[in-house]
Design a protein around this ligand. Structure first.
Ligand SMILES: [Zn+2]
Length: 301
């Protein structure tokens, strides 16, 4: 069974679909899609920014432009408004029940190196909290950025999504071009912040990777790339279909409540169905089932 599941996962991982929605179990289309049920998403940048990006402060504008690109799509045919909140000192990603949670964007400027940064016997290795405890990058040297999304595993409703960028291993730039090289080190594109962030915000709103060429959600980003700044037609259609303008956000498995047993039931993995507010209530009581997953390790240069 494990082999079969693995093959399924690999197969789905090579999807050429215009867009792929994130699932409660990554890549498992028999599980619920992830989506926001609120009309407004407030996001915050860490006050620290990314000190090595020049000119100083341009990283904040690049992140803002990425959200604006998605806002333009949502304004056209979606139902969510993005709002930038004040910059915050907070350096913690993830979700704390009853905590002061924010959708946070931050750059990690050092690796969680065993020994020199994080003691080898530190308990944070066990619960995967070293990144927050030591303010360091804990997701692998080849990963450009990670979006950490917290959702209800029954309903797929997203409650929190934070984006970390790996400034410890990648040189993030905000210029438009040309590509940086041995003779071009100023005013050039190394790892483009807007390119990276537009992709990560795709994860934030519930998109998984697709191998479709030219998709913002393609998992690979070579140095100097800026093409993902422009949201592709497939990703745009996701917004229109999952977050229809004037309508409720769409899940993929219609949840119903069995009046006799009083428990949630799913009617299979058929086409997407509207999730009425009433259908969400049973699972909203199940906060204990809330969990966090890492969506998604990006990109491989
Ligand atoms: Zn990704």
């Amino acid at each position: 069974m494990k082999i079969a599941a693995l093959l399924l996962s690999l197969s789905l991982g090579q999807s050429l679909d215009p867009y792929v929605r994130s699932r409660v179990e990554a890549g498992d289309r028999s599980t619920q899609c992830l989506f926001w049920s609120v009309p407004r998403i407030t996001w915050h940048q860490s006050t620290q920014g990314n000190p090595e990006t020049l000119p100083a402060g341009s990283e904040f504008d690049a992140v803002r432009r990425s959200f604006q690109s998605w806002q333009d799509v949502f304004s056209s045919c979606g139902n969510i408004t993005f709002e930038e909140g004040p910059r915050v000192q907070d350096r913690d990603v993830g979700y704390v029940l009853r905590g002061d949670n924010r959708n946070l964007v931050l750059f990690r400027t050092r690796q969680c190196t065993v020994g020199s940064v994080v003691p080898a016997d530190d308990g944070c290795w066990e619960d995967d909290s070293c990144g927050n405890v030591y303010d360091c990058w804990s997701n692998g040297n080849e990963t450009i950025a990670v979006t950490l999304t917290t959702y209800d595993e029954n309903t797929g409703i997203i409650y929190d999504s934070d984006i970390e960028l790996n400034s410890a291993a990648f040189t993030f730039t905000a210029a438009d071009g040309p590509r940086c090289g041995p003779n071009v080190t100023q005013g050039c594109v190394a790892t483009d912040i807007q390119n990276t962030m537009t992709h990560e915000i795709g994860h934030l709103v519930g998109l998984d990777h697709t191998d479709a060429l030219n998709s913002t959600m393609n998992p690979r980003a070579p140095p100097g790339e800026t093409s993902k700044r422009t949201i592709d037609s497939g990703s745009r259609s996701f917004v229109c279909e999952a977050y229809p303008k004037g309508g409720v956000s769409q899940n993929c498995i219609h949840l119903t409540t069995d009046p006799t047993l009083g428990r949630k039931a799913a009617d299979g993995a058929g086409g997407c169905a509207s999730a009425g507010a009433g259908a969400w209530l049973p699972a909203l009581a199940g906060w204990a089932l809330m969990r966090r997953v890492r969506r998604r390790k990006d990109f491989r240069a």
